[in-house]
Ligand binder design. Structure first.
Ligand code: FES
Length: 149
């Protein structure tokens, strides 16, 4: 089966069609942006975008992305530099251990794609199911607001 990964067409052996997308991304394509946290769709560390929508790659069998566009953290930056959400995280020093950062960024990128002027409350609601154990929530929210503005 084929899908598009960060702008490039890729192929996966059909024998792996039920493998979680997260494992394929990390093990077959060496994309370590998406993290393995809980493995059951609850922490958000593995978040990627599928056709521009945030999804938890630990809970997505790879066959479900056949023919679709998958974007990981590694695919966000363009010729003109980092994505504004990535830059916001750097500017606001919004990472402590950094394990949740991928999921926070990929969730926000999808939010701003469908709602570029998302309110502070909408940002909070969107991130409610992305867990951060370090407690850097205020910096993360500032980074999100900076990226939006
Ligand atoms: Fe996928 Fe936690 S590792 S949601």
């Amino acid at each position: 089966m084929d899908f598009t990964l960060n702008g490039q067409r890729v192929s996966i052996d059909d024998a792996h069609s039920d493998t979680p997308l997260l494992y394929i991304l990390r093990n077959d394509f060496q994309l370590n942006g998406p993290k393995f946290g809980c493995g059951i769709g609850e922490c958000g560390a593995c978040t990627i975008n599928i056709d521009g929508v945030a999804a938890r790659s630990c809970s997505v069998p790879v066959h479900t992305v056949a023919g679709r566009q998958v974007t990981t953290l590694e695919g966000l930056a363009g010729d003109d530099g980092l994505h504004p959400v990535q830059q916001g995280f750097i500017d606001e020093q919004a990472a402590q251990c950094g394990y949740c950062t991928n999921g926070m960024i990929m969730t926000l990128v999808a939010l701003f794609r469908r709602n570029p002027q998302a309110s502070g409350q909408q940002i909070k609601n969107e991130l409610a199911f992305n867990l951060c154990r370090c407690g850097t929530h205020l910096e993360i929210l500032r980074a999100a607001q900076k990226a939006r503005d």
